[in-house]
Design a binder for this molecule. Structure first.
Ligand SMILES: Cc1ncc(COP(=O)(O)O)c(C=O)c1O
Length: 342
């Protein structure tokens, strides 16, 4: 439940807090204890004096969680993408990027000054065709779960194409971390701490050599004050929950909600892939999406309208995100509100 206006209680279907941990008292307590011990702010970038023990502990835990040799933290997923791409490719290089990749990837590609080729959404053969041109270094980058549609990238096929063409495979796992196992596909794997982990920040999991290179080359890490160490304390606590039995229970609850919502969604004649907790109800014009969002809100359901530039013109939509914090009643209320609205 959220209260955006005094007295207005809404069931929130627009949050990426997939495991319901953002409001967890243990995570909040870890943040408070971390602040009491380490202070409210980091005071400088990691390479100066903003480098504290909880960040190193967290990076060790993240590497273990990811089954990677190492991990390096960033202030946000946006910053991590803008760090990653320019650290590996430059003006003589080629980036091949999915048409529906997140805006942070689009911006990261522009920042790199590499030649950028965009392939039609999830079209592996077109990605492979684009990789045939000569370039000093090649990088293929994709969201693992597409943030506005909820479908999955063909990661295995893309990584095979990368091997064939000597390209680096970079995967943005923002909407998968903690809820969808991806079998470690990708040379560079970016994950956010702001979604299923319920806190803030991000990391890249990779080999030790790659992480060392990032530490020395990634401008968003070098030239920005690091997140407060208390944030690392909170992410560590959240990660402990996500990795344990309780994490399994929460994922179970989440996927039951996804199934229940998908059944109801399809029952209304709407297409649902249920590949992830994200469902898109594409309505076309922005005013249609705004009108439907307002009607849902009258029924106590918060599901925001997503419009250009977040999505392409003509594909404005309502984006529903299911979480482990939803009850059966919440899910049914959203479906009833949709039925009354459409
Ligand atoms: C696919 C994807 N990558 C990166 C980001 C950015 O993550 P953050 O919100 O931690 O900056 C987002 C989030 O909004 C996203 O959906």
């Amino acid at each position: 439940m959220v209260e955006l206006r005094p007295g207005e209680k809404l069931i929130n279907f627009s949050s990426n807090d997939y495991l319901g941990l953002a409001g967890d008292p243990r995570v909040a307590a870890a943040l408070a204890e971390g602040a009491a011990r380490w202070g409210a702010g980091a005071g400088a970038s990691r390479l100066v004096t903003g480098d504290f023990l909880p960040q190193h502990d967290l990076e060790r835990e993240l590497a273990e969680f990811e089954g990677a040799e190492a991990a390096v933290c960033f202030n946000s997923g946006y910053a991590a993408n803008c760090a990653l791409v320019p650290a590996f490719v430059g003006p003589e290089d080629l980036v091949v990027s999915d048409a529906l990749n997140h805006a942070s990837i689009v911006d990261a590609c522009r920042l790199s000054r590499a030649r950028v080729e965009v392939y039609p959404h999830v079209d592996v053969s077109e990605a492979e065709r684009l990789l045939r041109v000569p370039a000093r270094r090649k990088l293929v980058i994709t969201d693992a779960i597409f943030s506005m549609d909820g479908d999955r990238a063909p990661l295995r096929e893309l990584s095979e194409v990368c091997v064939r063409h000597g390209a680096i495979c970079a995967v943005d796992e923002a909407h998968a971390t903690g809820i969808i196992p991806l079998e470690g596909i990708g040379d560079l794997r970016m994950a956010t701490h702001s979604k299923a982990l319920g806190v803030a920040g991000a990391h890249v999991a990779a080999s030790r050599a790659v992480c060392d290179l990032l530490i020395n080359r990634a401008r968003p890490l070098i030239f920005s004050t690091s997140l407060p160490p208390a944030i690392a304390c909170a992410v560590s606590k959240s990660l402990e929950i996500v990795r344990g039995r309780e994490g399994d229970d929460r994922r179970g609850r989440l996927w039951r909600n996804v199934e229940r919502f998908a059944d109801g969604f399809r029952g209304l004649g709407l297409a649902a892939c249920a590949d992830s907790p994200i469902f898109a109800l594409v309505l076309g014009r922005p005013d249609n999406a705004v009108r439907v969002a307002a009607r849902l809100r009258e029924h106590g359901v918060l599901a925001k309208a997503i419009r250009p530039p977040t999505v392409a013109a003509g594909t404005s939509r309502i984006r529903f995100a299911l979480t482990a914090a939803h009850t059966d009643d919440h899910v049914d209320s959203a479906l009833a509100a949709l039925r009354a609205t459409l």
